[in-house]
Write a protein that binds this ligand. Structure first.
Ligand code: RB5
Length: 158
């Protein structure tokens, strides 16, 4: 079992379309040993996904080494909204391969998953892969990935 200090911090959020999937994934992550903070929503009442994406994104930005998980119907709105925050690299992942590459090459700090388009089994596999894969930018042969991520971080825009 990991010490509390060694636990990976995960912020999770969803809109109404992802509410029930979030509840199961949150439990799965806690049972797997992650330190999980649920930033809502907390019922199936309709909410606006940009509000939740902003909350999760801001927490990820202010908490070193944390990662985020966002769920909406397709994952599209959540990923679009989160990527408006400078420093957030949210990847919409529909399979494990995308989750792996999003971490290895893009240093994604948020994974977005479509709650209505992804089976629960696959969503868990995507999370496992995303949370357990390291960015290659710190490796001797990974300089190009670091350079590209730095270029992304330097981009402004709305
Ligand atoms: C809500 O109906 C739906 O539009 C939302 O969850 C999401 O899929 C948007 O990208």
């Amino acid at each position: 079992m990991l010490n509390d200090v060694d636990k990976q911090l995960v912020y999770i959020g969803a809109d109404h379309a992802g509410f029930s999937v979030k509840a199961e994934l949150r439990k799965y992550l806690v049972d797997s040993g992650y330190e999980v903070t649920d930033l809502g929503c907390f019922s199936e009442d309709s909410v606006d996904y940009p509000d939740v994406a902003r909350e999760v994104g801001e927490k990820v930005l202010e908490t070193p080494k944390s990662l985020g998980v966002l769920l909406c119907g397709t994952g599209i709105g959540m990923s679009m909204a989160a990527n408006k925050l400078k420093g957030i690299r949210a990847a919409l992942c529909a399979d494990e391969s995308a989750a792996e590459m999003a971490r290895r090459h893009n240093d994604a700090n948020i994974v977005a998953i479509g709650a209505r388009t992804t089976s629960m089994d696959l969503a868990k596999k995507i999370l496992d892969t995303f949370l357990n894969t390291k960015f290659e930018g710190a490796q001797a042969d990974g300089e190009r990935h670091l350079r590209r991520v730095v270029k992304m971080n330097e981009m402004g825009g709305k």
